[in-house]
Design a protein around this ligand. Sequence first.
Ligand code: NAP
Length: 518
Amino acid sequence: MQRPKICLCLTCSTIAEDLAILEKYRNWVDVVELRVDYLTKDERLYIRQFPDQAKIPCILTIRRKIDGGNFTEGEASRTTLLARGLSFADQDTRKNFAYIDLEEDYHVPCLQDAAFAFGTRVIRSFHDMNGTIPNIAERMSKMRITGFEIPKIAVMPHCLSDVTNLFKQAEALKEMEHILIAMGPLGLPSRILSGKLHSFMTYTSPTETISKLAQIGQIDPVTLNEVYNFRGIDESTNVFGITGYPLKTTGSPQIHNSGYRSHGMNAVYIPVRAQKIEEALDFADVVGIQGLSVTVPHKETIIPNLQTVSEEVGYIGACNTAVKKGTEWRGFNTDADGLTKALLEFMEVKNLLRMKIGILGAGGAAKSAAQVVKDLRGKACIFNRTVSKARSLAEHYGFKWASLSSDSLDLLEEYSELIIQTTSIGLGISEEEKNDNANDPIPFYTFHGHEFVYDMIYSPEKTPFLERAEKAHCKICNGRTMLEYQAYEQFEIFTGVPYEWPNVDTERTKRTGWKKHN
Ligand code: NAP
């Protein structure tokens, strides 16, 4: 497998800004794409000098609005600009554009001839912003009019199955130089695993301008290299991932990938956004993913799709870890263990004996919380929007239950020595959204200051619920510690090797008395 080149898309309004950004990212990329459609009209006069100034292979691109770009003028104006970019070709080809991107429906033979004559390779592109296409190999063959172009197809998937389909079709493209991309947030695996699509190139955006291409779903080159070790991915790389929806934020790739790095393992861990768990498992089968972390909302719906489950998954009723062994998917739960360690450390206790604990939520994470409270000998009341779910979970453990509303205020007052927040309310919200009461699961409750408050959410670092608790002088903790502890155990299930622990854990072990398992 040839490693795909990493291309940096430059979308500033001036060439000077583009060059300054390139300097920042130069070490992380192989090629840059000058997006002339984002330059001001005055700046477009100077594009010819760009390759000489950039000193890296450059792509000349003028993308129309209908193809997801920013160019609104007519085709005549586009042709003039493209011709300007190719004009006065230099004997030293490094001073010319290395590539020119021409859409499939753009045919100006003299431009193409000029490109060929001076060694500028033509990327013949097709962007479908509304869907995917069934017969990629055939389409790409037709796009190579002369046989020398690099066909590029970028599609906007509606669901993960569309991305899976791309990976299936890529097998027929092995022998053809091409670029294949699934755009948008669902398409991220196609950018990180572009080598498995046999793609010639993957596209990235600098963090400074990434919002301009938000719809396209590019990743920044530092994350691609530093978090996903893109340059180390080859045919024998073991692939793992996390699946959930919408999976807007996750800290798991950083933890797992740095674990592989410190053990010198050839492995990568990627986000797999899937509306349905069946789609995630199908994607995993096609791509060869060997283990999946499972997050909201799939922790319960995955269970009927597993061939075997661990004892914990059996009695908790939620699974956050799935491993492929041969043709079987096997389920495990590391949330309960992670939460146990996180809570004992946070509260500096050995158990929850005689404590009255409020659990907010009754989903997959709440199931683990209920098991932990039971194991640590506490008493709980489960508060949930859907009361029937609170009831069935509570009955399983002999706990109380109530609705997540002001009607339950008296019960919440009673069960407030420790409050464990497990709903997804507040997850992934921005600073501006923090003022909205809808992002607090119990806006009707006034903290007294004696409560221990644990929120399973860790992004944002402090939800409005945690901020309110802190202001009232409660002892607070977010879900980062649980995330880490459950991930360490998951890492061991995935790889068979204990996680290389950071030093901080020595301190944790001293305080709580629990030990890492060898
Ligand atoms: P889940 O199974 O989908 O359950 C979601 C829970 O949130 C349900 O109780 C649901 O109530 C409630 N909920 C969602 N939207 C609500 C709203 N608008 N109003 C009231 N209640 C609402 O998800 P999960 O797997 O349990 O995960 C829940 C949260 O825990 C997520 O934020 C996840 O990131 C976090 N978590 C963190 C860790 C960690 O390691 N730190 C581990 C596991 C989970 P209904 O039953 O009424 O729908």
